[in-house]
Structures are given as C-alpha cells and as structure tokens.
Design a protein. Structure first.
Length: 151
C-alpha cells in the first residue's frame, strides 16, 4: 500500500499534531494564527489510528513559548509538538500541563479579586480520570475543562 502525504513538509517551524478534531480551531484561535504572517497549514478530520480523526497545524518559522504550549495543553492535553529545522524533526514534545496556570485563564467568579483588581489569575490544575479541572488560587472556584475561558 502506497503512503500518501496529506500535508506538505515544513522547512523550519512547529508542527502541532494529535489535536482532537473538535478542538482544532480553538487552538488556531488561542495561537492567534489569523494574524500570523508566515505560512500555516491546517488539516482537520485526518485519519488517526489512536484518535479516529485528528487535527494538525504546521506553522512556518514560528516556535511556541511555554505560555502558548500551556494554553494548548488546557484544551488538547494529548497533543504533540514537533520542532522542525531543515525539514528534519529535531525535537518531539508531549504537551504537559504544569501544576499551576498563571495569567492565561479567566476566573468565572464575578466576585473574584482577579475580576475586580489588577491581579494576575492563578489556577491550580487538578487532573482526574476524565480530564482536568482548574481551581482559582484566590476564590477557590473550580472550572471544568469544557468551561475554561482563555484570556
């Protein structure tokens, strides 16, 4: 059986693979890719043995920082990041959630100090069998993974 490339090769940049298909465009939004001046390749509903279908994003000449990787981890915790240089994968990383998320997520509690004072949000990550939950450091309000609002 002949293999077919569905997405073009990348010279230098970042590939985000194994994104759940239903979360692909949330990742595009989180990374603000609509304002990216470099080449971007987006593939969705691609066949995946592990996931059934998946999304993939290839971003030319851009490398993600820790904050961007943490944002992706909140909605696609099993995604993979590959760093490409001269058409070769030089680094493969599983996305991992830190124990604490700072300045990325909005607290849903209107009475929380972070919504009323110039205080950076701070959440503790709680993992459980079916996903993650975040607990606000200040008001202790918990947020389910599907209700997380990223700043």
């Amino acid at each position: 059986m002949e293999k077919e490339m569905k997405v073009a090769a990348l010279c230098n940049g970042t590939v985000i693979d194994h994104i759940p298909a239903e979360q692909l465009f949330t990742v595009v939004e989180i990374l603000d890719l609509k304002h990216c001046s470099g080449q971007i390749t987006i593939g969705n509903n691609l066949d995946s043995q592990k996931m059934g279908s998946k999304g993939i994003i290839k971003i030319s000449d851009r490398f993600l920082d820790e904050s961007e990787a943490n944002k992706i981890a909140l909605i696609a915790p099993h995604a993979k990041i590959n760093i490409i240089r001269n058409y070769e994968v030089v680094e493969k990383r599983n996305i991992t959630l830190p124990e604490e998320i700072n300045g990325i997520v909005h607290c849903p509690n209107p009475k929380c100090i972070t919504n009323n004072q110039p205080v950076t949000t701070r959440f503790h990550v709680i993992t459980y069998k079916d996903g993650i939950r975040l607990r606000c450091h200040y008001c202790e309000k918990e947020v389910e993974q599907n209700n997380i609002k990223i700043n």
